[in-house]
Design a protein around this ligand. Structure first.
Ligand SMILES: *Cc1c(COP(=O)(O)O)cnc(C)c1O
Length: 375
């Protein structure tokens, strides 16, 4: 079999992402009885109570029946909540699923997408393994650079992905910046704003992207239940757009991709999120100010903004730091893959875990300083 001849160049040349191994394997490897996950921006408070009840009440007989194929009830609930027609939503198996659908819907070989160089990498990955050029525009002071993105548009540009707020830097475009950008970008391409962390943002100038779709029919919003709503394990996210845009994207998405439990838990989550969002924001705010003070004390640079995460500059290679922290039961995200070598990203969590993390970090920094080793 000549496997090589079967493979398109853009698949052969693609460097696949390797997810980290399961926690139980890592615990054996690093010799620790527990692992605190600060690597994936999960919400340790768990889902809102109504969603937790739906999950707990799930009975095995329901597992044998297919879910609704297009998340009908969840889209009704989203429509009621957000105030637009249910047909303007497309629900996916996590928002990563809808990223792929949008690229498939609009891009063919020779086209390009534009995003930032230091952002959530899935836009870039899906484009590249689909044979679509990903143009990566450098951040400007840790923020998406609107003018530099506009400068890269050509007549083969189909989609621009703006991560707002940006993972991992926490920066975001306020309403006016987004509006100016949309005016200049024009109507001949799709502008996606990924709002995975929108529920963490408290600034009233943060844009209401769905409202802006009245003026900018080419605008598309991605949201997820993985972060604030703590349903990452169930995999559910969605996009919202104008009717005709969503209709096209629906053509390239697979029906039945969202499971029964995910649809019902997500529906319950939005009906019961008020206290949950307040509690989560409070937890994140406290964790951030605590960690900023710790890092300041250790003279470590940080980058943080909105979202339940922050970046820390470490005095050694980020992979080395990851291994040292793993031996103390602390799992962080190395940032070399995000093109921030020498940085780690941590999830902002409850006080007890932040204190354990701070202790581990302090010990490692002191040990590095005392040996004078910087690699
Ligand atoms: C976590 C995250 C997502 C969500 O992915 P899901 O597939 O919905 O779990 C999307 N965009 C960004 C920027 C994220 O950080």
């Amino acid at each position: 079999m000549n496997l090589d001849a079967l493979i398109p160049d853009y698949v052969r040349n693609f460097q696949a992402y390797h997810p980290s191994r399961p926690d139980h394997i890592l615990q054996l490897e690093y010799g620790v009885p527990f692992l605190n996950r600060l690597n994936n921006n999960e919400n340790p408070l768990g889902p809102p109570p109504a969603a937790a009840r739906v999950i707990a009440a799930f009975t095995p007989d329901r597992a044998s029946l297919y879910p609704n194929g297009d998340s009908y009830d969840l889209r009704q609930a989203l429509g009621d909540r957000i105030g637009i027609a249910p047909d303007r939503f497309l629900v996916g198996n996590g928002s990563c699923d809808v990223i792929a659908s949008v690229i498939k819907a609009f891009c063919q070989l020779g086209d390009n997408i534009i995003t930032a160089d230091k952002t959530f990498a899935v836009y870039e990955w899906v484009a590249e393994f689909s044979g679509i050029e990903a143009r990566l525009v450098p951040l400007l002071g840790y923020t998406f650079d609107p003018q530099a993105i506009l400068d890269r548009i050509d007549d083969r540009t189909k989609i621009i992905f703006v991560c707002n707020p940006n993972n991992p830097t926490g920066s975001y475009w306020k309403r006016q910046v987004l509006v100016d950008f949309l005016e200049k970008a024009g109507n001949n391409l799709i502008v996606v704003v990924d709002e995975a962390y929108r529920e963490y943002v408290e600034d009233p100038e943060y844009p209401d992207s769905i409202d802006l779709m009245k003026r900018f029919p080419n605008l598309v919003t991605f949201r997820t239940f993985s972060k604030m709503y703590a349903l990452a394990g169930l995999r559910v996210g969605y996009l919202a757009g104008n009717d005709d845009v969503v209709e096209v994207v629906r053509q390239t998405s697979v029906a039945y991709s969202v499971n029964v439990q995910a649809q019902q838990a997500a529906l319950a989550a939005i009906s019961d999120d008020h206290e949950h969002i307040i509690a989560t924001r409070t937890m994140v705010r406290m964790a951030k100010s605590f960690m900023l003070a710790i890092c300041d004390n250790l003279a470590l640079d940080t980058v943080s903004g909105e979202g339940n995460y922050m970046m820390i500059k470490v005095p050694i290679n980020d992979m080395m730091m990851y291994r040292r922290l793993m031996k103390r039961g602390m799992m962080v995200r190395t940032m070399t893959g995000f093109r921030f070598p020498g940085w780690i990203r941590i999830t902002l969590r409850e006080k007890s875990v932040m204190e354990l993390f701070a202790e581990a970090l302090q010990k490692e920094i002191k040990s590095i300083q005392s040996t004078g080793r910087t690699w």
